[in-house]
Design a binder for this molecule. Structure first.
Ligand code: AVI
Length: 328
């Protein structure tokens, strides 16, 4: 299939600039920079490398579960499906789903136009039977399905436990948005990392090859290279730990000494051990995630776990409005 046959829709999303967000994040207390800024070209490559380190069990475990349950999912969703992938387009997981489900249509949604274009072009080439749509949009904002992609039963696919990178209230809002997108008879397939032995979690975010540390520190390199910040990434170190009461892994960049960082004419002072909070990765028990889904108007239909109960894949369908309960 050629490029002409891909239906490309551009929602003209103009996110707040990185500079504005970083200035605001360094001024606030605790200091923070959003994890979306990890993913420049080098950051995306480092993330791919993380997925292959032995300690980061998430990717390979989810892939194993999807291999195991792909036929069940095909049966649950049925024929004449539009498979909607939120983000990515390049992973092995979407190929596995396309081959098992043989949907009529595929819609890839991503904020990065270039990344999206490249990944859907490859899919269109490799799956000539598939009607391919691409929408450049921020799925963190309200989104209407583009013309042509709204037919059939919709199966939204959100793998990788990326939902764990949202605050729980954001995750609920996100699920509500997906519900509006897939109603009345669609479903969501979502990968969610489980609560588990803290040592396993700690190791996954502190791999011995130091790739996660490089991924975290790459953020400071971006500030220097793209925003002209006066900052020495070597003056900071990676810290990741499990915050048990909050049920999340936290990643921070910690100042090794007293130092000043300059950005856009402003000075930001760090004492030794002062940190910039760069990521939360929430972990959910099956019951906790079910409660979150129900609060968003989605009905847990099926959940698959690996034998070691490290990771979960949930199939959620839409609860009809009449059956929705008010949640506080
Ligand atoms: C993308 N996301 C689900 C990853 C996670 O596990 O929270 C990002 C990541 N951060 C450190 N390692 C991987």
């Amino acid at each position: 299939m050629t490029q002409r046959q891909i239906r490309f829709h551009d929602e003209h999303v103009e996110p707040a600039t990185m500079l504005e967000e970083v200035l605001q994040g360094l001024t606030s207390r605790p200091r923070r920079i959003a994890p979306k800024f990890f993913y420049d070209e080098r950051g995306s490559r480092l993330f791919d490398a993380i997925c292959d380190v032995p300690e980061y069990y998430l990717t390979r475990t989810e892939m194993g579960i999807l291999e195991f349950c792909a036929d069940d999912i095909a049966r649950l969703i049925g024929p004449d499906t539009t498979l909607i992938e939120l983000g990515s387009g390049a992973s092995k997981k979407i190929r596995l789903m396309l081959e098992a489900l043989r949907p009529k249509r595929y819609l890839g949604i991503d904020i990065s136009r270039e990344f999206l274009r490249q990944s859907v072009e490859r899919l269109a080439q490799d799956y000539p039977w598939l009607e391919v749509h691409a929408a450049r949009a921020d799925f963190m904002q309200d989104f209407t399905l583009p013309q042509g992609a709204e037919h059939g039963k919709k199966l939204a696919f959100f793998p990788g436990s990326t939902i764990g990178n949202f605050e729980p209230y954001e995750a609920r809002m996100f699920l509500q948005r997906i519900r509006r997108m897939i109603k009345p008879d669609g479903a969501l397939l979502v990968g969610v990392d489980l609560k588990k032995d803290h040592k396993v979690l700690h190791a996954a975010y502190n791999d011995s090859a130091g790739i996660t540390a490089q991924f975290n520190l790459n953020l400071l390199q971006r500030l220097r290279d793209e925003l002209g910040a006066e900052i020495n990434p070597q003056g900071f170190k990676h810290r990741a730990f499990y915050n048990d009461p909050r049920g999340r892994i936290e990643m921070h960049l910690v100042s090794c000494r007293a130092q000043d960082v300059r950005l856009h004419g402003q000075r930001f002072h760090f004492e030794p051990d002062d940190s910039i909070h760069t990521e939360n990765s929430y972990k959910y028990s099956v019951d906790e995630f079910h409660a979150l889904a129900r609060a968003a108007g989605l009905r847990p239909r099926q959940v698959w776990l690996d034998a070691e109960r490290l990771f979960s894949v949930h199939y959620l369908s839409v609860i009809e409005r009449a059956r929705l309960q008010k949640v506080p």
